[in-house]
Design a protein around this ligand. Structure first.
Ligand SMILES: Cc1ncc(C[n+]2csc(CCOP(=O)(O)OP(=O)(O)O)c2C)c(N)n1
Length: 615
């Protein structure tokens, strides 16, 4: 990995030095991500752009707002973090996304798509109000442009007239191929270079032949008409931007000049650059979707060092295919996470019943609500963290009309290396506030299969199934349909858990048993509503309660249980509500994070002993 002292003065370096630096950075990225894993393809596509940005701007002072932020690795290397790249996304190491706490050059936290233009406009307005002088830039991909929030931002920027540069990194790809009308529009925009080349050539030829100049003058006056009829008029120009592009995003020299030019404008500029996702590493260029986010891999072959086996997402996808065969009204919907949510096979086998709506979770919820109202059964597979975007649509479009929508809430709980912007730790609380919804928590593949089947084929109103990233533990049973299941009988303490954490709870019960404490284990199959009766019965017997869950404390099952128990007049001699508290979790492996938050079996056992007066 290039050392900070090996990086030339970015503002003074020559074009040749910049090109050499790009080549070095590209091979360093491949080398280091092959060891740590991370977002390879997007970073390889933005090497020249990032170097050009650092040549023109002072990013400790000028503000560069990354969209999603998964493409910020070169920026991290150029801003003093090259030696920390070996710790990328690991516990205690640097984050995989921009993080102002790491460097003053990281202007804003990022992780979710399509907000960069709005954030950048806020910064530009702040600059204007305070009479300060610096540049503000937003960098977003064409995938991020499939999210509606981008347009709210672009529309407001155009209206504001603020000095701001939006860079559209157009590689034709989201994680998989970009979808939708805007992707089509951008594809047509790419015609422009040909048009401009034709125009130049036409003028030269006409200038050389007798009478040609007069013909050129007449046809030239038709230029605008030709542009707006034969060529797509840039929607960005219509929104109030000066549109520059499309240009080659791998020509560091050309990009540097263009950024210098864009910097001169006092009004909004949109720079449209064309890049190749995975540029410079053949396996990633050929399969940019596979190299969007990767684990460690062999540089020679591009093959992952360890093969992921079965996991909750794949079991969900395979079960939905089976249900899709049986029932022709079942549709699968994703917001740009087709492979991550396990829907590849469904998309292949039932293309007319599969919908990728782009990075547009709010739209997805409204759209599936429309589907459900007219009688099909939509299953929307969405990561818990991105479901946060849809709270209003869940209430207004889905729940008020009690529509039969199935939400497959993937990556629920701690997700690990992606860190604070991606942990799925809020859904348990916010879904519970929605009247009429059922929230099921499979703890094993067997339960996911049977819960999904009954949610799709038997339920009436909205149902969410929340399941974690990764695979099942030693608990492999199917506890059946009841709201709660008694997994173990005991006298001294009631241990309550759900989802994958039931594995920890069961080993805590074993550990307590070895110390002569008899623990009762109650597993919640549904966390909304909670089946209180068996819990009250258990607590009347044991008088002590421990709840363990990897969600934030506010609105957690533990809090809800406590207030219900208070209402029911159940007196307890000891209580421990174990959750993530009121913090945003950091990044690291899930087991490291569980330990950090006291949710590993050992810490939970200690807590249980305290509750039993044996601390
Ligand atoms: C709201 C939201 N939904 C989904 C994602 C998951 N996600 C991360 S990157 C990405 C694709 C982004 O594509 P693009 O903006 O074109 O950037 P590229 O990777 O092509 O450079 C998606 C869908 C996200 N980060 N935020």
């Amino acid at each position: 990995m290039i050392l900070p002292e090996e990086i030339p003065d970015l503002h003074a370096m020559t074009d040749g030095e910049a090109e050499a630096l790009c080549a070095r950075l590209r091979s360093d990225l491949i080398d280091s991500i092959s060891r740590t894993g991370g977002h390879l393809a997007s970073n390889l596509g933005t090497v020249e752009l990032t170097v050009a940005l650092h040549r023109v701007f002072h990013l400790d002072r000028d503000r560069l707002v990354f969209d999603v932020g998964h493409q910020c690795y070169t920026h991290k290397i150029l801003t003093g973090r090259s030696s920390a790249m070996s710790t990328l996304r690991t516990f205690g190491g640097i984050a995989g996304f921009p993080k102002p706490a790491e460097s003053p050059c990281d202007a804003f936290i990022a992780g979710h798509a399509s907000n960069s233009v709005s954030v950048a406009l806020g910064m530009a307005r702040s600059r204007t109000i305070k009479g300060e002088d610096y540049d503000v830039l937003a960098l977003l991909g064409d995938g991020a442009l499939s999210g509606g929030l981008s347009y709210e931002g672009l529309s407001d920027v155009g209206n504001s007239g603020e000095r701001l540069i939006v860079i559209l990194n157009d590689n034709g790809m989201s994680i998989t191929k970009s979808v939708g009308g805007v992707a089509e529009h951008l594809a047509r925009q790419r015609l422009r270079p040909q048009y401009l080349a034709f125009k130049k050539g036409y003028r030269r030829v006409m200038g050389a032949i007798p009478g040609g100049k007069a013909v050129y003058r007449v046809t030239h006056s038709l230029k605008r008409m030709v542009r707006s009829t034969l060529l797509p008029c840039s929607m960005f120009e219509n929104m109030g931007f000066t549109y520059l592009g499309p240009v080659d995003g791998h020509d560091v020299r050309g990009l540097t000049n263009l950024l210098r030019y864009a910097k001169e404008f006092k009004t909004p500029v949109l720079l449209h650059i064309r890049t190749v996702k995975g540029k410079g590493y053949t396996p990633a260029e050929e399969n940019p979707d596979l190299f969007h986010g990767v684990g460690p891999f062999s540089i020679n072959t591009g093959e992952p060092l360890s093969r992921g086996g079965e996991n909750f997402s794949s079991v969900f996808g395979e079960t939905l295919c089976r249900l899709g065969e049986e029932e022709p009204t079942i549709c699968a919907v994703t917001a740009a996470m087709r492979s991550g949510t396990g829907l590849e096979d469904f998309a292949q086998r039932f293309p007319s019943r599969f919908f990728d709506v782009g990075i547009a979770e709010g739209h997805a919820v409204s759209m599936v609500s429309g589907m459900a109202k007219q009688g099909v059964t939509p299953v929307l597979a969405v990561y818990s963290t991105f479901l946060q975007r849809t709270y209003d649509m869940l209430i207004h479009d889905m729940a008020i009309q009690k529509l039969h929508v199935v939400l497959a809430v993937d990556r629920a709980g701690l997700v690990g290396e992606d860190g604070e912007t991606h942990h799925g730790v809020f859904d348990a609380a916010f879904l519970d506030t929605i009247p009429g919804i059922t929230v099921l928590c499979p703890s094993s593949y067997a339960e996911l299969r049977s819960m999904l089947r009954s949610a799709v084929l038997e339920s009436k109103g909205p149902v969410a199934l929340r399941y974690p990233r990764g695979g099942e533990g030693t608990y492999r049973e199917d506890a059946g349909r009841a709201g709660t299941s008694l997994l173990r009988e005991g006298r001294d303490i009631t241990l309550v858990g759900y989802g994958i954490l039931i594995n920890q709870i069961l080993s805590v019960a074993e550990g307590l048993n070895a110390r002569g404490i008899s623990a009762e284990v109650v597993k919640l199959n549904s966390i909304t509503p909670i089946d209180m009766e068996p819990i009250i019965l258990s607590l009347k017997k044991t008088g002590r309660l421990l709840v363990a869950e990897d969600v934030v404390a506010a609105g957690s099952v533990g809090q809800r249980l406590s207030s219900a128990l208070l209402g029911a007049g159940v007196h307890l001699d000891g209580v421990a509500l174990c959750s993530l508290g009121d913090q945003f979790g950091t990044h690291g492996s899930v087991s490291q994070l569980q330990k950090l938050h006291g949710l590993d079996a050992e810490s939970l056992c200690r807590k249980a002993l305290e509750v039993c007066g044996r601390g």
